[in-house]
Design a protein around this ligand. Sequence first.
Ligand SMILES: Nc1ncnc2c1ncn2[C@@H]1O[C@H](COP(=O)(O)OP(=O)(O)O)[C@@H](O)[C@H]1O
Ligand SMILES: [Mg+2]
Length: 231
Amino acid sequence: MILMIEMHKVDVVYDDGNVGLKGIDVHINSGEIVYITGHSGAGKTSLLRLLYGDLAPSRGIVRFDNRIISHLRSKGIAYLRREIGVVFQDLKLLEDKTVYENLMLPLEIFYLQKNLIQERIYSLLKQLDIFTHRDFPVKKLSGGEKQRVALARALINEPMLILADEPTGNLDSKNADKVMDIILRKSSKGSTTLIATHDQRIIKEYPGRVIHLDHGMVTYDSGGKRNQSVG
Ligand SMILES: Nc1ncnc2c1ncn2[C@@H]1O[C@H](COP(=O)(O)OP(=O)(O)O)[C@@H](O)[C@H]1O
Ligand SMILES: [Mg+2]
């Protein structure tokens, strides 16, 4: 097994004194699917932001793929982000741009040929059932469709690490299942996957390790055992 993520004695204290995370010790292997659970304010988003280099720990060390994230400078962070696909809780889509344009932006930095870009985007849009909406501006889509565009954008670079912050938050169970199926299909190809969720149904029905946070601390970690046992 290859260690992909290591958090060692990590605290996050925000400027206003709010405690985001406290004494986090977590090890995650390559290819693991991990659900980060806990009530609102437990620290789920803070934990994902650490991995994306969007937040520096106040104390402790965050390692990803043998890099210490807090030691990276802005160029290092930019390279790091090419390896990570993020579904933000508030999606952060460009509402006036089309679905296609939203997916093109993250690909352009790779200088791929135009026909390769199109092929990749079309294939993913078909898998996510939004191909017919490819030329619609995002603002015209429903909530479930927007969620799938955000997921497509996170997956388009075939990232090593997928971070999804409440990806089923505003969806009915049918759309939530669609989103989960795609995430799990992609992670089965080897991506390490962290999903922040307070959706108990998702945790019960889908296999994966569960790390529970309470007031910024880990209070339960199934340690990957559920990977095999849930069916
Ligand atoms: N930018 C911020 N500034 C100050 N406090 C914050 C900020 N972001 C989060 N917090 C605080 O940190 C704690 C954890 O928040 P968060 O990581 O967003 O939890 P969750 O995603 O589980 O709801 C909460 O008490 C929250 O109020
Ligand atoms: Mg959150």
